[in-house]
Design a binder for this molecule. Structure first.
Ligand code: PLP
Length: 380
């Protein structure tokens, strides 16, 4: 089945309710499930371990990503925190130096305390990644495109390097969703999502997803999943399923509007730099063409001064000045004080996350209205 069909119908195993013929997966709001007899199970025992509504979501996302098994978590952060439990004290992971700030906080302040060390590197530079590999390295963790600098990493080349050294390749696929990018098909071992973003798509539900293609790795994660217990609730699972039904439509519309907005930003004298993976000739463009079917709708841009950035945040009317991304409503974020506030200032500056940088998540509103809003907010 094509992806837009999978978005609506899942993997066809979603028809649990043969009895009533319900077209929408029911919300199984049950903490526990009755056993038919000793040593017998319906396949559902206790909702921390399995829940039918959540299973429908997990099967849908696994199918979309081309994976074997998926796990739905209460947030993207709880999914990544669970992944960190795959490792032991003194293990090392290599990570993209430009990552969502919350993940950097997790690695530096929680995983480090537990003995898991992170070596940050520009993962778009494969030689630099190779140089970071030590006998203790166990995994490479990348975002592509990264948040917020839109750096692109070659998934297939990084997967080959990881394989050659027996490392896991973990890809945070939040920015493009499986609709535009399926890292497992390029050799990644694990895909992780903030499901809060494009998968949910409505700025109303928090969730996280992990997808794997290896049965044994799935078993290790299943153990951690049931033990840690940061699972997604049945109702939020249903909201996610409902959101995913329109994933294909939203991704296409948001991308179309992003192209138009990039054009407008290119014409604005106050905009000094635009970071969007879909600009021909831009760094990473050729790799994107190879490994994705679209460029998405996340745009970072630098304005001429901190005063202009502040003005934009104050003056936007339709676009909301708010954290998060990927939903129906367009949002503008100020990474230096929001998503990346916990990254030390000199690190932020070095990576270009300065007080002139804004990050725009294009929603599904009419592009002309969004451009008019940006125009009046940026000023002449
Ligand atoms: C790329 C990326 N990964 C992970 C996360 C964390 O997800 P959540 O906010 O759902 O915990 C975020 C949140 O913004 C993100 O942008």
């Amino acid at each position: 089945m094509k992806k837009d069909t999978v978005c609506v119908h899942g993997n066809n195993k979603n028809a649990f309710d043969e009895r009533t013929g319900a077209v929408s997966v029911p919300i199984y709001q049950s903490a526990t499930f009755k056993h038919p007899a000793l040593n017998q199970s319906t396949g559902f025992d206790y909702s921390r371990m399995q829940n039918p509504t959540r299973l429908a979501l997990e099967q849908t996302v696994a199918e979309l990503e081309g994976g074997y098994e998926a796990f739905a978590y209460s947030t993207g952060m709880s999914a990544i925190a669970c992944l960190a439990e795959l490792f032991s004290p003194n293990d090392r992971i290599i990570a993209s130096e430009d990552l969502y700030g919350g993940v950097i906080r997790l690695f530096n302040c929680v995983s480090e305390k537990n003995g898991l060390h992170t070596d940050y590197v520009d993962t778009s530079d494969l030689d630099a990644v190779a140089k970071k590999i030590t006998p203790d390295t166990k995994a490479i963790f990348i975002e592509t495109p990264t948040n917020p600098m839109m750096e692109i990493t070659d998934i297939a080349a990084t997967a080959a390097l990881a394989k050659a050294h027996g490392l896991l390749l973990i890809v945070d696929n939040t920015f493009l969703s499986p609709y535009f990018q399926q890292p497992l098909n390029f050799g990644a071992d694990v895909v992780v999502h903030s499901g809060t973003k494009f998968l949910c798509g409505h700025n109303d539900t928090l969730s996280g997803l992990i997808v794997v293609k290896d049965v044994a790795l799935g078993e290790r994660l299943r153990f951690l999943y049931k033990t840690i217990g940061s699972c997604l609730s049945p109702f939020d699972s249903w909201l996610m399923l409902r959101g995913i039904k329109t994933l294909a439509l939203r991704m296409e519309k948001q991308q179309q509007s992003a192209y138009k907005i990039v054009k407008f930003l290119q014409s604005s004298p106050k905009v000094k730099k635009i970071l969007y993976a879909g600009i021909p000739g831009s760094k990473g463009y050729d790799i994107m063409k190879k490994q994705t079917t679209g460029f998405g709708s996340m745009i970072s841009f630098e304005v001429d001064s901190a005063a202009t950035a502040e003005r934009v945040l104050k003056k936007v009317r339709l676009i909301a000045f708010a954290e998060s991304l990927g939903g129906t409503e367009s949002l503008i974020t100020y990474p230096t004080v929001q998503t990346h506030a916990d990254v030390p200032l000199d690190e932020r500056e070095k990576r270009g996350i300065n007080d002139r940088l804004l990050r725009l998540s294009v929603g599904i509103e009419n592009a002309a209205d969004l451009i008019a809003d940006l125009k009046q907010a940026i000023g002449k």
